[in-house]
Design a protein around this ligand. Structure first.
Ligand code: IPD
Ligand code: CA
Ligand code: CA
Length: 288
């Protein structure tokens, strides 16, 4: 495992912030002004000039500052270097469907994995000017883009103790029409057990909202490292817990995540394991 100093992580955080803010200027430039929206192959998986141009801006900044680090960027793919224990996972526009429909919930998400573990994360929502940041051992914060370093506002997960008092969030992957593992059963069941389940459409902000205590928990499958890297370190540094559904250690390559305020982790895990698509009909025929 590589040893990194907090000074080094802080520097990574500052550069990632610079990149996220530069990318967000591109997103705002095209906001409401898209001439065309393309599909990437799979039905419903959209891409726009804003995704591509904002990614180019991020790549230039990360490469200039960290020429030896590897990069995994949603629109351009993977660039591997010898010093491959450092991997930047970049989503230039998380929430492209929202963005294309002018639904104001999207972000830029930039995470740094060291030896496969998320250690630095920056998520910026340019519509609300909310900048979420975290790094291992440095805590998690939410500020405006212009907030000076000394004034940063720490964030913490919610104090909600039980699932029936929780507000959750989830999402549905682009393969949902092709797989029975489409999260529909889990969504129905958790809607029944909680105060509500949101489907906001930007995985990175879903995680940031768990970190900030606005939501109590999140689960989803079919995600990519760029959706998750930054949000995972935010939740962890804000006092939350991130694992697989069965509470085994989180592994970013599985694309499956359960993130909570820690207090409801056990209950959410057992609900997710209890429900399965084939049990849903039986469940709803038995409830009053
Ligand atoms: C998507 C969003 C969405 C999640 C999808 C992701 P994109 O990312 O995060 O909330 O449910 O699985 O792919 O395509 O907008 O970057
Ligand atoms: Ca995404
Ligand atoms: Ca994206």
């Amino acid at each position: 495992m590589s040893q990194v100093t907090s000074q080094y992580l802080q520097n990574c955080l500052e550069i990632a912030t610079e990149a996220a803010l530069a990318a967000s200027a591109v997103l705002l430039k095209y906001w409401g002004k898209l001439a065309t929206v393309e599909e990437k192959g799979r039905s419903g998986d959209l891409v726009t000039i804003a995704d591509k141009e904002s990614e180019a801006v991020i790549l230039e900044i990360i490469r200039r500052n960290f020429p030896n680090h590897s990069i995994l960027a949603e629109e351009s793919g993977q660039f591997t270097s010898n010093q491959s224990e450092y991997l930047w996972a970049i989503d230039p526009l998380d929430g492209t469907t929202n963005y294309a429909h002018q639904y104001p919930f999207f972000s830029t998400s930039i995470g740094l994995l060291i030896d496969g573990v998320p250690q630095v994360g920056v998520i910026y929502d340019p519509i609300r000017d909310q900048l979420f940041r975290a790094a291992t051992g440095l805590g998690a914060t939410c500020d405006r883009a212009t907030t000076p370093q000394g004034d940063r506002h720490p964030i913490h997960v919610s104090p909600t103790k039980t699932l029936d008092r929780s507000l959750l969030v989830t999402g549905f992957a682009y393969d949902r029409r092709e797989t029975p593992d489409n999260n529909y059963a889990e969504f129905c069941y958790l809607t029944h057990l909680t105060q509500g389940v949101r489907r906001s459409g930007a995985a990175s902000l879903d995680l940031a909202y768990v970190a900030d205590g606005r939501l109590d928990g999140y689960w989803e499958r079919g995600l990519s490292p760029w959706d998750l890297a930054a949000g995972v370190i935010l939740v962890t540094e804000a006092g939350g817990k991130v694992t697989a559904y069965d509470q085994t250690p989180f592994a970013i390559d599985t694309g499956r995540i359960m993130a909570t305020n820690t207090l409801i982790h056990e209950e959410l895990s057992s609900a997710l394991l209890r429900i399965a698509p084939h049990k849903l009909d039986k469940f709803f025929s038995n409830i009053s």
